[in-house]
Design a protein around this ligand. Structure first.
Ligand code: ARG
Length: 462
């Protein structure tokens, strides 16, 4: 079956009806209908402006606006009949408008094109999604800060190369993730700034000969201003790419965090447990409780990277100005938005269920000779050059390994075999608590610093 082009807003120039395959191939309404609210918002602002500058009458604008509002109610109530033959969200709504109010409805599209219309819709949509994602980042940050304040002085091994390196506080470790998410949020806000300009008025590509007032429309839609070049405005999607890049970084951070949760919850590590309600089991192994939520977040990271790659590739060979290629921006962008939001919601829910096995963490920190650097620093303070101190401690560790001891359990006599400068006060630095408390500067792991960082971060998530 083919549908008649006379039904199509662009039907005038055509003599044969559109092939049914072509209709299916070119349609976007199945997914761009989610932009309906923004499409109508943009149309209302546009029509209000057209009346203000006298291109249409006040009465006509009122008729159009009231019908558009009713159409939106129908859409929200699920009563709107979306038609594939009408291609996209714009033509579906415009056709419904004309069906409701007749010829007056046909005036809506004066001085604009679907090209500047879609560019406007996506910006409005993305702006509001960015605001939501920021709220969700704040929720994750809040959960992180709460857990961190509970564990400001809980000791765990800090790792490099996934080998025990130096003791850190669990609170400090959690705040590392908070810092990353804060930067993620600032990237989104930065992207929001650049995208919050109105492209409408660019029309198809060259602008319009009607005496439009773009600034008025921008103000009505909450844009900070208007875009400055019509060709650029209808064609570029860098703002969508920027968002997806920022979303990719959020996912990368969540994925790294996920990796840690999975490791920490493994029997081999045993540092933490996640709430039963936030884990799933195995259909065959009755004993299993699996960290599927972090694993899925780690897995979904690939989707968002894929969305970014898709969008970058979509744009790379497009000459100015608008090309239909751009229609392919939506599914990748929507997927990135949906995925990052779901993953942030998951983390805001998951973090409060984390319980910490302090003893296991402590033992792991003690087992790995994690205060070896502290011993070297102690020797330096007592007169050795750092390289010599490094050598002395290396030998001491070797001795401890051979004798199946950790550093704090070596006797003073044993320690003094390696260096005469070692005195009784060495034990204060060999103990894990002394080691973490000594790192007492901005950015350090001392419990005092963790508490100060939490205070500072709390102010940033209000
Ligand atoms: N559905 C199109 C898109 O998403 C809207 C613009 C269509 N413009 C055109 N000249 N066919 O980009």
């Amino acid at each position: 079956m083919t549908s008649k082009n006379t039904e199509k807003p662009w039907g005038g120039r055509f003599t044969t009806p559109t092939d049914e395959f072509v209709e299916q191939f070119t349609e976007s309404v199945s997914y761009d209908q989610r932009l309906a609210h923004y499409d109508i918002m943009g149309s209302i602002a546009h029509v209000t402006m057209l009346a203000k500058v006298g291109v249409i009458s006040k009465k006509e604008s009122i008729q159009i606006i009231s019908a558009l509002k009713k159409i939106e109610l129908d859409i929200n109530a699920g009563k709107f009949q979306w038609q594939t033959s009408l291609e996209d969200v714009h033509m579906n709504i415009e056709t419904a408008l004309v069906a409701r109010i007749g010829d007056v409805g046909k005036k809506l599209h004066t001085g604009r094109s679907r090209n500047d219309q879609i560019a406007t819709d996506i910006r409005l949509y993305l702006r509001s999604e960015i605001d939501l994602v920021c709220v969700q980042i704040n929720a994750v940050l809040k959960a992180l800060l709460e857990l961190a304040s509970e564990h400001a002085s809980t000791i765990m091994p800090g790792f490099t190369h996934l080998q025990s390196a130096q003791p850190v506080t669990f609170g400090h470790h959690l705040l590392a993730w908070a810092e990353m998410l804060l930067r993620d949020r600032s990237r989104l806000l930065d992207c929001r700034k650049r995208l919050n300009l109105l492209p409408l008025g660019s029309a198809a590509l060259a602008g319009t000969s009607y005496p439009i007032d773009r600034k008025m429309v921008a103000e009505a839609l909450g844009f900070d201003g208007v875009t400055q070049n019509s060709l650029d405005s209808v064609s570029d999607r860098d703002f969508a790419i920027e968002f997806t890049a920022a979303a990719s970084l959020i996912m990368m951070h969540l994925s790294r965090f996920s990796e840690e949760l999975v490791i920490w919850m493994s029997q081999a590590s045993g540092f933490i447990d996640l709430g039963d309600a936030w884990c799933t089991g195995s259909s065959i192994m009755p004993q299993k409780k699996n960290p599927d939520i972090p694993e899925l977040v780690r897995g979904k990271t690939g989707r968002v990277y894929g969305d970014l790659t898709a969008l970058l590739t979509l744009m790379k060979a497009q000459p100015l100005a608008y090309n239909r290629d751009n229609q392919e921006d939506k599914e990748s962008l929507f997927d990135a938005v949906d995925t990052v939001k779901m993953c942030l919601i998951a983390y805001a829910g998951l973090i409060p269920t984390i319980t910490v096995n302090r003893e296991t963490m402590y033992k792991a920190a003690a087992a790995g000779f994690a205060t070896a650097t502290d011993l070297a620093d102690y020797l330096v303070v007592n007169g050795l050059a750092f390289r010599d101190a490094h050598e002395v401690v290396g030998k001491t560790v070797q001795y401890a390994i051979q004798n199946n001891k950790d550093l704090p359990s070596l006797t003073l006599r044993e320690l003094q075999k390696f260096s005469k400068v070692i005195k009784e006060d060495v034990y204060a630095v060999l103990e894990l608590e002394g080691s973490v408390s000594a790192r007492d500067h901005i950015g350090g792991t001392a419990p005092k610093q963790v508490k100060a960082a939490i205070k500072r971060l709390k102010k940033q998530i209000k």
